[in-house]
Design a protein around this ligand. Sequence first.
Ligand SMILES: Cc1cc2nc3c(=O)[nH]c(=O)nc-3n(C[C@H](O)[C@H](O)[C@H](O)COP(=O)(O)O)c2cc1C
Length: 298
Amino acid sequence: MFKTTLQDMLGIEFPFIGGTMMDISRAPFVAAIAEAGALGLIASAIYLDEASFRDDLRAVKAKTKKPFGVNINLFPMMRKLDNLRYLDIMAEEGVRIVETSGHYPPDDLVERIKKHRMTWIHKCVGVRYAKRAERVGADAVTVVGFENGGATGILNVTTLVLTPTVVDALKVPVIAGGGVVDGRTLLAVLSLGAAGAIVGTRILLSEECPVHPELKQALCAPTSCRPTSSCGPSASRTACGSTSPRRRWWRSRPGAPGARSPRSTRTSRARRRGACTRPATSAPARSPCRRRWASSRR
Ligand SMILES: Cc1cc2nc3c(=O)[nH]c(=O)nc-3n(C[C@H](O)[C@H](O)[C@H](O)COP(=O)(O)O)c2cc1C
């Protein structure tokens, strides 16, 4: 097995990061990723209080002696997170690796990471953000292309284009992802200069991943968007434009709330053709823009 700088930096056996997944990346799953020789990341935003966060860090340590990390969420949240406090708890529990993702990391957070001498990986979606993270002291930068599952931010740059651009622009190791699902795609990002790969959607299918078995089935099933029955191309973002595999699975259940009925599909197709689909008896269009549009069609 080849070796990259990432393995030495993180103390892992394979150049693989199991991507943080909200509501999924808890202790048993993260410990399983660590035991398999990759880097697992606890999603700190899952925990509603400090005690349950600390308990889960301890639970990972009880299951594995291998390194693992914690993701600090910098996305806008309904619930305010005390990320500085989370960092202190991580330091107290001996966690040495932190990943930040979402918005740009604020100065006080960077200071706290440096104070605790943690290895810091920042995950982002563009070369500008990657350079900025390197400038303020990130030890490695993860970049994810449009294929990335979940919602790390959208610049719509593909992994194939983004990875070499960022690799050329940075001195620190680059981890790349979005659509990495097997040996071929791992080799692809390594050959583009990445020191490792981040993988999310593919490991949703693992036995240890605590998502519903029906979701795993749905991700493997052949669809018009994914023409093969293998779990090949990243199921996270496909040509059909849906962003979340969970959401697609949820909507696809028969009778599910929010499920797309044949009627609504017909309606949106008609709308795309420019046909007026508003029934004659329907209430008047509400927004000024809609009113203008409606009157232009009369
Ligand atoms: C179900 C799901 C939830 C995710 N949740 C988060 C999250 O909370 N925070 C985050 O930074 N990335 C999240 N991600 C992104 C992953 O960490 C990783 O970057 C991505 O899955 C890699 O792309 P891939 O899915 O094509 O392998 C999520 C991905 C998935 C599939």
